[in-house]
Design a protein around this ligand. Structure first.
Ligand code: DQA
Length: 142
């Protein structure tokens, strides 16, 4: 059987993981963490994409529909503002799991609202980088 193809799409400022507010987001860079994820999940074909630009995230979500079996999406700050990302998820057939490293409900009120959750199969929030591994477990079994 062919390996399931999963893409992790990270939004703005997540390129700074490891340096950015380590008390909230931890001290690993995503590149280091992504290598660990690949080693831990040899049965999956994993890809990683990050952009700080909303339109590029929308284009990547659209493209992923033909190329992947699942998306783990941490839309970062665009989670709380982006109708365009909400619509892009609604426009594709490939399932999307919403990921947040921090618990968005324990933080400022403007983070309590996600515009994208209603289009995602589910959401993992507050479990640190481990949330990405848990999202992969979902795709292994679904
Ligand atoms: C985040 C939570 C968002 O509110 C924030 O804007 C981020 C990261 C998280 O992974 O916890 O940039 O999506």
């Amino acid at each position: 059987m062919d390996k399931k193809r999963i893409i992790i799409i990270n939004g703005p400022n997540l390129n700074l993981l490891g340096k950015r507010e380590p008390e909230i987001y931890g001290s690993d860079s995503f590149e280091e963490f992504f290598k660990k994820l690949q080693n831990k999940n040899p049965g999956l074909q994993l890809e990683y994409y990050q952009s700080n630009i909303e339109g590029k995230l929308v284009s990547k979500i659209q493209q992923a529909d033909d190329e992947f079996d699942g998306i783990l999406l941490n839309a970062a700050a665009y989670t709380h503002t982006s109708v365009a990302i909400h619509d892009a998820i609604g426009a594709i057939a490939v399932p999307v799991v919403e990921i947040h490293i921090s618990n968005i409900y324990k933080r400022e009120e403007f983070r309590h609202k996600s515009l994208i959750s209603s289009k995602c199969v589910g959401m993992i929030s507050g479990l640190g980088l481990k949330g990405y591994q848990l999202g992969l477990e979902y795709f292994k079994n679904n």
